[in-house]
Design a protein around this ligand. Structure first.
Ligand SMILES: NC(=O)c1ccc[n+]([C@@H]2O[C@H](COP(=O)([O-])OP(=O)(O)OC[C@H]3O[C@@H](n4cnc5c(N)ncnc54)[C@H](OP(=O)(O)O)[C@@H]3O)[C@@H](O)[C@H]2O)c1
Length: 256
């Protein structure tokens, strides 16, 4: 198991929540971090913390929905540090959305926010890492909600499932080039955004604990990582139960 030290690490979606906490922790490892998201002041404050902890840090405000902006971030990381060893594609959002209330535009927006943002970084990163002698690791913060259709999170579940499938294909194709892929599937994490909605959140974990799990996945590089175990066990059990039973359980959980 390699710890994340002395490496160039790009974190997309680093201005708050899990991404910011991962950046803070990797800041203590003598790494070269590139942190990006849309909110420049939050990124600048984070970069200061990372530098104070002993790592170099480049902060770039950029919208991951814009393919050119994403490619420019990858190019800027390479221009500054020479390579991207690890990329954590963490931008995303899963708001409370019932299927009888959403519009077509809402569903498209959630797909863009959780799938297009991955694609926009995945393609330039594959091109870059394919040229690096040591390849690289591309990790994606997916969700346990990407493993099944979760009520009130249908568009989000669908977008995360699509991202997992795309990454699964890339992993098989690109192993000969030394590019590794890890999909990380958290359960509910107590970030500010998630705390602000009214979804029920069984077995929720702290942002700090989530960041520890994410960093362990970056170190061990499994194809898929899941946490916490209780929510993982719940999702696995629901996925093998008869549909009538799992639907009743999910409906009851969603109505709490
Ligand atoms: N919290 C949970 O319960 C939970 C559970 C499972 C999976 N996840 C996943 O974990 C990841 C992080 O979520 P979080 O809970 O830590 O939420 P968060 O605090 O809202 O973090 C989301 C990050 O993504 C960035 N982002 C959003 N849209 C972006 C865009 N268009 N371009 C660039 N950056 C963008 C946000 O920054 P800006 O707004 O500054 O752009 C922010 O830094 C997400 O992919 C989420 O789906 C979260």
């Amino acid at each position: 198991m390699a710890s994340i030290t002395g490496r160039t690490v790009l974190i997309v979606g680093a201005s708050s929540g899990i991404g910011a906490e991962v950046a803070r922790r990797l800041g203590h490892g003598g790494n070269r971090l590139v942190v990006t998201a849309r909110r420049a002041p939050e990124l600048a404050a984070l970069a200061e913390e990372v530098r104070a902890a002993g790592s170099a840090c480049l902060d770039i405000a950029a919208d991951a929905l814009n393919p050119k902006a994403a490619a420019d971030v990858v190019a800027a990381a390479v221009a500054e540090y020479g390579s991207v060893d690890v990329a954590l594609l963490n931008a995303g959002q899963g708001p409370d959305m019932s299927m009888d209330e959403v519009t077509v535009a809402d569903v498209s927006r959630i797909m863009a926010l959780n799938y297009d943002v991955v694609v926009n970084y995945l393609i330039p990163l594959i091109a870059q890492m394919g040229d690096q002698p040591h390849g690289g690791l591309i990790a994606h913060t997916n969700s346990l909600a990407g493993l099944m259709g979760i009520p009130r999170q249908g568009p989000y579940s669908a977008a995360k499932a699509a991202a997992r499938t795309l990454i699964d294909a890339a992993r098989v194709e690109l192993a000969p080039k030394g590019i590794r892929f890890t999909s990380i599937h958290p359960g509910f994490v107590a970030t500010d955004r998630v705390n602000a909605d009214s979804l029920p959140k069984p077995f929720q974990v702290s942002t700090e604990r989530a960041a520890r799990h994410v960093i362990r996945a970056l170190e061990r590089e499994p194809a898929q990582a899941y946490f916490p175990w209780a929510t993982t066990a719940l999702v696995r059990t629901l996925s093998v139960l008869p549909t009538a039973v799992s639907s009743a359980v999910l409906r009851s959980l969603a109505s709490r």
